[in-house]
Design a protein around this ligand. Structure first.
Ligand code: AKG
Length: 358
């Protein structure tokens, strides 16, 4: 499929929303079975993804440390999603990063259009994922950029406004690279591996880091649309900074969608498809989606910690046994991510289809 250009002219969802139209165009209307059911959306249940306090993860108290490791282990195996608090990243940096991006999306359209993206690399200001002609689209705009490796980091493709934006993004991403490195060690130990084994399976120090900032404008018919369709993340780990005022992220648990209630200054961590692959499905990526609403816009920062893009990614040998043979053939992340770039968000269909036949 052609990744050179979008198959249809790009419409900014924010412009549609701000035009004040009372009904949404057909191409944002999901088929009935994919719409957010109002019953589930109201979600009277108190269920939430686990919240894990990382205070003491690096301290000398071995009981505290092993309790945190156990909580992370259960969260990875039972949910694939958890929130972390007291994770070591300054709350002011989190707030500043999110506010910078909120300001960016409120700049005049001409300034944002200067960063309009194409499906070739997706870098810049975008309004769709996937290049399928006639696809039903999601109710969101986004900004996508690369931070690591340095060969892909190009400040000209990062917004120049607001003024401090680039320095803030840089510091924010550097901190998240470190947090992911720490979490990877925990995940590795929890699999019974040496602490560096999981990281080495995705390229050691040569990982990739990129960010998609999502902007979900107000939607006049939120029961018919989705901000982001169900998908699992193609990469390694995702660290999401949600909006501090507006909920929207839903995580699939069995046949229910659980609306995440973010804790203050928490990050939401989730397992991506590549960790499912290297862990030979001891950890599983989990589908999630985003609902929108008519009263408030929403901003979220999704940071993706990915494998080095051109090395074969396959299950760690120590996790492949006679009882549990390798579930996945080796594939580079460059090849793997072509699927979402071409097809858009499609549940867990890609990682599920990769399973080696037996
Ligand atoms: O906006 C959110 O809460 C989730 C975003 C997300 O799933 C993504 O960017 O992949």
């Amino acid at each position: 499929m052609n990744l050179q250009d979008w198959p249809e002219p790009i419409v900014r969802v924010q412009s549609l929303s701000e035009s004040g139209l009372p009904i949404i165009p057909d191409r944002y209307i999901k088929p009935p079975s994919e719409r957010p059911s109002p019953l589930i959306t109201i979600n009277s249940s108190d269920e939430n993804i686990p919240i894990i306090d990382l205070t003491g993860l690096y301290g000398d108290d071995q009981d505290i440390r092993s309790s945190i490791l156990n909580q992370i282990s259960s969260a990875c195996r039972e949910w694939g999603f958890f929130q972390v608090i007291n994770h070591g990243i300054r709350p002011e940096l989190m707030d500043t990063a999110r506010e910078n991006w909120r300001q960016f999306f409120h700049l005049p359209m001409e300034l944002k259009q200067a960063y309009a993206n194409s499906p070739k690399t997706y870098e810049g200001y975008g309004s769709r994922l996937g290049v399928e002609k006639g696809a039903i689209l999601d109710w969101s705009d986004y900004y996508f950029l690369h931070h690591t490796p340095s060969s892909l980091k190009d400040y000209n493709k990062w917004p120049a406004f607001p003024n401090s934006c680039r320095e803030v993004i840089d510091e924010y991403c550097e901190e998240l690279v470190k947090l992911c490195g720490r979490l990877m060690r925990v995940l590795s130990i929890n699999l019974g591996l040496r602490e560096d084994q999981l990281q080495n399976a995705i390229g050691g120090d040569n990982i990739g880091a990129c960010m998609r900032v999502n902007f979900y404008p107000k939607c006049p018919q939120p029961d018919l649309a989705l901000g982001l369709s169900p998908h699992s993340d193609p990469g390694g780990l995702t660290i999401l900074l949600p909006d501090d005022h507006v909920a929207g992220l839903q995580v699939r648990r069995n046949d229910q969608w659980i609306t995440v209630k973010p804790a203050k200054h928490a990050f939401i961590v989730n397992i991506g498809d590549q960790i499912q692959v290297v862990s030979n499905a001891n950890y599983k990526s989990v589908e999630h989606r985003v609902i929108v609403n008519s009263g408030q816009e929403r901003v979220s920062l999704a940071f993706f910690y990915n494998p080095k893009s051109d090395i074969p990614i396959e299950p760690v040998k120590d996790l492949v046994t006679a009882e549990k043979p390798s579930l996945y053939p080796a594939m580079t992340f460059d090849e793997y991510r072509l699927f979402i770039r071409t097809m858009g968000p499609k549940g867990k269909s890609q990682v599920d289809s990769m399973k080696s036949p037996r």
